[in-house]
Write a new protein. Structure first.
Length: 346
């Protein structure tokens, strides 16, 4: 319950109603007005707080969950953190199967939040018994009194954003939004938000962001799953090597692919230009804007909303680490100077 004097009963009362912030510098060369929906203002610092709370409360209403039960989930890190946070408040045990692609920061955060974490190899097929999908299923079968959230195939993932993120953006833009740009992993964020916005105005153009190495874009265009599209990539929480049913492909107009390297540099550019310390997928979403802007996608009076899903603190050992960036071969002569900002006085 939210009180008039701004005292909250617990952190879960802070989920949602995240700010829409105008981007003043990073997209200034393009036509249109650009706004970021900054989901790091959620208490768990990501958009996944919304689905964690919504899905768990729906399970409670249906009598599926009781205090002391165990919640199991597959996660690249953010959903796991949100579920762990909700579990602490509501009195559930939390067990998470995590991709090895997740940053060490994210895995440490999950352990800190009391979750039991199974780290699974990232670059195996979805039906491999070692994949985090199959490990979560096995744990669900083994642990009595457990509930498997299964965000990739849970319609409630879409509903959570249909009931919250979509209405918030519509209200914040006073119904003047012309474009929604969002990354697609499970697809819940873009699908639920887009479904609501298109019900208000079918002309809102919805653009999804996908990674090279993911099957999502081609599946949207052909409705065919092509294994040849799959190869390892570095961005977490973006793209997939399977087709999640939590993605409503009918409400997305187009998918744009972005590279690991450009997305990493763009995340850093957001911090330097707008003062927003955001995550890797936020860099990917903004990189899509850059590509679309160069192609002349936007007009002068367009109002473009970009969802920035999470906070930069979860990527300190990755995109915000000069060492990691160098190891990936991401620093060239153009970007080297921007990285070298530390001077040691002896």
């Amino acid at each position: 319950m939210k009180h008039k004097n701004k005292v909250f009963d617990n952190v879960l009362d802070l989920i949602g109603q995240t700010p829409l912030i105008k981007l003043n510098k990073i997209a200034s060369e393009f036509k249109g007005n650009f706004f970021a929906k900054v989901e790091s203002f959620n208490p768990g610092h990501s958009s996944k707080d919304r689905i964690a709370l919504y899905i768990i409360e729906q399970a409670e209403k249906k009598g599926i969950l009781s205090p002391g039960d165990t919640i199991i989930e597959t996660t690249s890190g953010n959903t796991g953190f949100s579920i762990a946070m909700v579990s602490i408040i509501k009195g559930y045990d939390c067990v998470l199967a995590v991709s090895s692609k997740s940053s060490a920061d994210k895995i440490d955060m999950l352990k800190t939040m009391g979750a039991k974490v199974y780290v699974c190899p990232a670059h195996v097929s979805a039906d491999d018994p070692r994949s985090y999908y199959q490990v979560a299923k096995r744990l669900h079968e083994e642990i009595k009194g457990s509930v498997y959230i299964n965000q990739y195939f849970n319609e409630l993932n879409i509903d959570a954003h249909y009931k919250s993120t979509g209405p918030e953006i519509w209200k914040q833009t006073e119904g003047k939004i012309t474009h929604l740009v969002a990354c697609s992993g499970t697809g819940g964020t873009i699908s639920g938000t887009a479904r609501y916005l298109k019900e208000q105005n079918p002309n809102v153009r919805v653009i999804g962001v996908d990674a090279f190495g993911s099957v999502i874009k081609k599946y949207h265009e052909t409705r065919e799953f092509d294994e040849k599209e799959i190869y390892p990539y570095r961005i977490e929480g973006l793209g997939k090597n399977l087709i999640p049913t939590a993605t409503d492909f009918d409400v997305v107009d187009e998918f744009v692919k972005v590279t690991d390297e450009e997305s990493a540099h763009t995340a850093r550019l957001i911090a330097r230009s707008e003062g927003m310390f955001v995550g890797y997928t936020s860099g990917a979403a903004m990189q899509a804007i850059m590509q679309l802007g160069e192609q002349g996608e936007f007009k002068k009076d367009d109002n473009i909303v970009i969802i920035f899903p999470d906070h930069g603190s979860r990527y300190m050992s990755k995109v915000y680490s000069d060492k990691w960036m160098n190891e990936q071969g991401f620093f060239d002569s153009k970007n080297e100077a921007a990285a070298q900002k530390i001077q040691y006085i002896k």
